[in-house]
Design a protein around this ligand. Structure first.
Ligand code: IDP
Ligand code: MG
Length: 136
């Protein structure tokens, strides 16, 4: 069945700093994702606060926003059938020590905060997040 979706992926500062973006992009392509749009940017702290506002009540919110704005990131629109859930599966658990073998966070993540990749968690949030970075 054709269920073509788009999702937002971010290669986070820890991975860009280690120059892993081409290797991580190859994982997406090898797993059937098409990279429809892509840019390398650095966002401000206030943009990170807006992007992560669903987490504003969490104890790690300030640290999280400081981190996402601390260096260059690569933001991408990925497309495939069931892109949202399939990207979450490919990424693995939030905490790299709990992520399954073969997942991006297991392979590249350093810690729960420096976990290398972000991916939208629902079709609705994917639309919001894609619009945040790639205003149409
Ligand atoms: P997700 O990225 O797997 O969707 P979320 O719960 O949405 O995980 O959390 C967003 C981001 O916040 C995570 O990717 C991680 O970088 C960071 N984070 C989550 N939990 C913690 C924590 O307990 N301490 C520090 N950072 C955290
Ligand atoms: Mg999340």
């Amino acid at each position: 069945m054709n269920n073509l979706e788009k999702t937002l992926s971010i290669i986070k500062p820890d991975a860009v700093e280690r120059n892993l973006q081409e290797e991580i992009k190859k994982n997406f392509i090898d797993n059937g994702f098409e990279i429809k749009n892509e840019k390398k940017i650095q966002i401000s702290k206030s943009e990170a606060e807006e992007f992560y506002k669903v987490h504003q009540s969490k104890p790690f919110y300030a640290e999280l926003c400081n981190y996402l704005s601390s260096g260059p990131i690569v933001v991408m629109v990925l497309e495939k059938n069931n892109a949202v859930i399939d990207n979450r599966k490919l990424m693995g658990a939030t905490d790299p020590t709990k992520a399954d073998e073969g997942t991006l966070r297991k392979k590249y993540g350093i810690s729960i905060d420096k976990n290398s990749v972000h991916g939208s968690d629902s079709i609705e949030n994917a639309k919001i997040e894609i619009n945040f970075f790639f205003k149409s």
